[in-house]
Design a protein around this ligand. Sequence first.
Ligand code: F3S
Length: 61
Amino acid sequence: MKAKVDEDTCIGCGMCADACSAVFEMKGDKAVVKVAVVPPQHEKACLEASEGCPVSAILVE
Ligand code: F3S
């Protein structure tokens, strides 16, 4: 599974970094994905972060 943050959409709420710090971190006022591939044990948290993002800026595939 891969995750991507749409920088233009992200409003920097920080929820994703709280929900899944293994995958997301804040860089300034935007979230960035810090892994090329989401580790299997973090997929659930990553999906929850994606679903919880208030502006749906996180794409997972
Ligand atoms: Fe941005 Fe959504 Fe995360 S607004 S900081 S991608 S929860």
